[in-house]
Design a protein around this ligand. Structure first.
Ligand SMILES: [Zn+2]
Length: 437
């Protein structure tokens, strides 16, 4: 593509050929370009985003090769590239259709009024788990319509929970928490589905600027972003999220239900491997403890686990920053914490919490009684999106690993919820471990 539409989108003229042949060696097989309307099948039925009636809203169809595709990108987020590789390697038929028998949600979620409230949800498909029940007739007629959300049940068990039981902070009740420390959860996997006009509005930019940025900065990965202004739904190749619900999900959306919630952004090093440079796993475990408490009192606890590793900068950037922090003159200290990240990445953070409250609206939440987070970057968009926050629960001091004090103090100085903002002298004190220690 050499030309990008600058102004309001204008009707596009289809090219003379419906398909071009690739000039790669191998058997001749037409390459179907997706960049023009009406190519590769019948005209797509547009998505009426925000319509309260799912039939009028219509399905999001993003399967490659499906003639009625009405979205840019495809399913499975970043894993869509593995699917592409599997097809290219001859290990998966591109024609494979999922058998969705018995895959429906293990617990119903919604619908809630927020699903149709203008602008409340722009980064996930609120009907994404109800595909088979809502669009069963279309699927039976041959359309390849896939869920972007799946709801299942599990038991989870973490050493922090059994430690909390031994310490007498948690009591097993046989329902939410079993005697062996198993917590019963409903877990929900959610793939991102972006309504481009709504995402642009969230960031205060034009839809054209959003489309252009997404196209250019991915090396031109999705030409339809700039050639198909009629397609306004985009399934970006990024990580999604998992929601862990404690208590009865049927109580969601009811005014009287008390809600405990932690919004947690992935940190593999701490969450899984117990790395001590940050407070991620200890705070996550504390959030789960609070969620179990609330569920045992008849409320609902929700852990939202976002795949936004290293503040969505990725783990390579994150580890480069660790080295920069520990090797800088004067060592790792709180007053240089954000500068080191900005030096490598150009910004402090790329998590875009502007989109984060969508999942809370999807869950029908209008009030969070206990928000297990000190982050102002999370609190402010939640409240701005119309959700009341009653109490903010900080991480207990005894759960902060010594090497994580650098991060904690830097964040407190930058606006984290705390009653003890560290002063400049404290921030300048070296607190982190050296690289070789
Ligand atoms: Zn972390």
């Amino acid at each position: 593509m050499s030309q990008i539409p600058e102004a309001a989108p204008s009707p596009l003229v289809p090219p003379p050929q419906a398909a071009l042949r690739g000039n790669l060696p191998g058997p001749a097989r037409p390459i179907v370009l997706t960049s023009h309307p009406g190519i590769g099948g019948q005209a797509a039925r547009p998505v009426q985003w925000g319509a309260a009636d799912p039939q009028r809203r219509g399905p999001v169809i993003a399967t490659p090769g499906e003639g009625s595709r009405n979205a840019i990108g495809t399913h499975a987020g970043s894993y869509s590239l593995y699917r592409a590789l599997a097809v290219a390697a001859g290990q998966l038929s591109a024609e494979h259709r999922p058998d969705l028998t018995n895959t429906r949600p293990a617990e119903p979620i919604g619908p809630f009024p927020q699903w149709a409230a203008p602008g409340k949800i722009v980064s996930l498909d609120p009907w994404g788990h109800m595909t088979t029940e809502t669009f069963g007739a279309e699927i039976a007629s041959g359309r390849d319509i896939r869920p972007s959300i799946a709801v299942t049940k599990a038991h989870i068990n973490m050493p922090e929970l059994t430690a909390a039981m031994r310490a007498g902070r948690l009591e097993p009740d046989g329902q939410v928490l079993g005697p062996n420390g198993d917590a019963r959860v409903t877990k929900v996997a959610i793939e991102p589905v972006w309504w481009l006009p709504g995402v642009a509005e969230r960031f205060g930019i034009t839809e054209n600027d959003l489309r252009r940025g997404l196209f250019e900065q991915t090396g031109g990965m999705f030409p339809e972003l700039v050639t198909r202004p009629d397609l306004k739904t985009f399934l970006p190749p990024i990580g999604g999220m998992t929601v862990y619900l404690f208590g009865d999900p049927a109580k969601l959306g009811q005014e009287e239900t008390r809600i405990a919630c932690r919004i947690h952004d992935e940190c593999n090093g701490s969450d899984v491997f117990g790395s001590d440079i940050c407070t991620c796993r200890p705070y996550l475990a504390h959030g789960i403890e609070v969620c179990i408490e609330e569920a045992q009192r008849g409320g609902v606890g929700a852990i939202v686990y976002n795949r936004k590793e290293g503040r969505a900068l990725g783990e390579v950037t994150k580890f480069l920053v660790y080295n920069a922090r520990k090797r800088q003159e004067g060592g790792d200290r709180a007053d240089r914490y954000f500068a080191c990240t900005a030096g490598v990445a150009g910004v402090h953070d790329m998590r875009f919490q502007e989109l984060m409250p969508d999942v809370l609206h999807w869950l029908g939440i209008t009030r969070i009684d206990r928000l297990v987070s000190m982050s102002n970057m999370k609190y402010e968009p939640i409240v701005a999106s119309g959700i009341e926050v009653v109490e903010r629960v900080p991480i207990p001091e005894e759960l902060i690993p010594p090497d994580a004090q650098v991060e904690m103090d830097a964040k407190k100085a930058a606006g984290y919820f705390t009653d003890k903002v560290p002063d400049a002298a404290e921030l300048a004190r070296i607190k982190g471990r050296g690289l070789q220690e």
